[in-house]
Ligand binder design. Sequence first.
Ligand SMILES: *[C@@H]1O[C@H](CO)[C@@H](O)[C@H](O)[C@H]1NC(C)=O
Ligand SMILES: *[C@@H]1O[C@H](CO)[C@@H](O)[C@H](O)[C@H]1NC(C)=O
Length: 317
Amino acid sequence: MGRRQIDSEPTRWVSLTLLLMGLVSCSLVYMFVTTVLRPDESSDFSSISEAESVGVEENGGGCCRGIDNFELWGAAVKWGSDFKFNSSIECCEACKAMCSGNDGPCLCDSWCWLKKQQDPLAPDKREGGDNIWTSGLIFGKGEGIVKLQTQYGTLHIKLLPECAPRSVMYILELLTMRHCAGCQFYRAEGRGQSWDSKGNHLKAASFGPPFALIQGTLEAEGVTFKKIPTEECPILERGSVAWIGSGPEFFISLANHEEWKKSYTVFGYVLPEDMAIAEKIATLPTIPDVWNKINVSVLEKPVSFSFKRINKVSMKS
Ligand SMILES: *[C@@H]1O[C@H](CO)[C@@H](O)[C@H](O)[C@H]1NC(C)=O
Ligand SMILES: *[C@@H]1O[C@H](CO)[C@@H](O)[C@H](O)[C@H]1NC(C)=O
């Protein structure tokens, strides 16, 4: 996973038809139980901005999550009737296990369908209230990288649809827009004296301010933002791209924030070689402000950005 892979785009895209953009669907019969829990009040949201009430979706899926009442269309890679699973999580795990090779094929079947998509960044969706399917995306190796373009450079972000399917669907929706009007970073805080360049916390140092993050919004004009339920919340690492509460506010972490525990839905990560751009944004001029009694640094000039897909083939002529 590195610059090299991005540079070899054409090759990668040609092999996509062999690769497995797997789409897993499971029937209602095997659907998992969804419990709605109260938000975890103890989490330290305030260190970033105000806490929001968030419905936590506790399905135990870890990074094998799907979206209920949602179907993805596409050519089935294989189907039959000998292979059934009791839950969408088992189905997803089985499909993932079959996708371990570099160029597949991923095979699943029966109630647990594995479908191939022509375009992994624009899956063929079928939505509706009475849809009995649970579906999710599994990106093949090197797939699912989008570009967040700023005037200071482009951050390549690897999306994590298995961990945060709803979040990723929203990002894919932004990709279909020509602009991401309103999308911007408005807060920037470096690592200060608290974290080293690898994001590790330094002994006996404070945990901020500054808080080692760049924060912004993904609310775009022309796109309806629906609050995103909590999805997989791992410990934040340097490069993690996460929602604040249920969005549309989000941040990119410049450090490993173990002290924030598992409080934020992480839906992607910045490729390590692009972290220098995030660091650069964190050095732009800021104005001190106080939010919820927390000292923060707000950018003098917000940095707007847009999302772009990686071109299938470079169209040079
Ligand atoms: C599904 O559950 C049934 C009953 O609990 C069990 O007998 C069966 O082996 C399970 N099937 C799979 C594929 O796990
Ligand atoms: C916040 O900023 C004020 C004014 O600069 C300072 O006195 C205070 O100690 C700061 N608080 C923290 C927690 O750093």
